[in-house]
Design a protein around this ligand. Structure first.
Ligand code: CDP
Length: 234
């Protein structure tokens, strides 16, 4: 199904805490509108993967910032139907699934709290977003990256529900996981993401807050799709 983009908001920002369903919603919405789907989290994950791979000290802010400024991270439409929402390519290598590894998940919030890393990545995200016809997903899209977005959604859910969804996702990929461990990581990531000095996780003042605790993916999608047909770009 494709919707006439003349009647839809051109720049859609979706923010929210870890595993709140932003990527699932964003991808479906982008497909329905014929827009580009851009998940900014994969860029922070890619830098974190590079830091670990190169054996950099996670506390070495200067070296990590230089890395984020100098290594191009390419985010492209999916080349394989293996459950990925996009391809993540660094130095010609497809690292899409590496960015989902537990060690990346554990350390990504530390890396993404560094102001220089944020400056480097959000400038690239802003350039892509300003072209329009885009659904951009992250933590600071409506507040910092694209404050001019036509429609801002803040997708929330309780930590327990988010941990359960992330657990189901990992099991569905055929990997093993422990619910308690996932919940602890989700809570820790929420804490770092929402208390950092630069671009902390929070709903923009003009965002529509959707609590998805009692809604399945289909219900969330239908609610937001309805908003898209009543919100137009200027
Ligand atoms: O998919 P999930 O919600 O678990 O995480 P993600 O969206 O891939 O983001 C991973 C991490 O990157 C977050 O926990 C944040 O620390 C960081 N991030 C950010 O700081 N700003 C963004 N716009 C997107 C992600």
């Amino acid at each position: 199904m494709s919707i006439n983009s003349n009647i839809s908001p051109s720049i859609i920002a979706i923010d929210g805490p870890a595993a709140s369903g932003k990527s699932t919603l964003g991808k479906r919405l982008a497909d329905a509108l014929g827009y580009l789907f851009f998940d900014t989290g994969v860029m922070y994950r890619a830098v974190t993967w590079l830091v670990l791979q190169r054996g950099l000290d996670l506390g070495d802010e200067a070296a990590i910032t230089t890395l984020a400024e100098s290594v191009p991270i390419e985010v492209q439409p999916p080349s394989q139907a293996d459950g990925r929402a996009c391809d993540v390519i660094v130095e010609g290598v497809d690292i899409t699934w590496e960015t989902r590894r537990p060690e990346v998940e554990t350390n990504v919030s530390v890396v993404s709290a560094y102001p220089g890393v944020r400056r480097a990545l959000s400038a690239q995200q802003r350039r892509i977003g300003q072209r329009g016809e885009v659904v951009m997903v992250g933590r600071d899209i409506g507040t910092v990256v694209l404050p001019e977005a036509d429609l801002k959604i803040y997708l929330d859910a309780s930590a327990e529900e988010r941990a359960r969804r992330r657990y189901d996702e990992i099991i569905a990929r055929g990997e093993s996981a422990g619910y308690d461990e996932i919940l602890a990581k989700v809570l820790e990531r929420d804490r770092i993401d929402s208390t950092r000095d630069v671009a902390p996780l929070k709903a923009a003042e003009d965002a529509i807050v959707v609590d998805s605790d009692n809604l399945n993916a289909e219900e969330v999608f239908q609610q937001i799709l309805a908003l898209c047909t009543t919100t137009t770009s200027p």
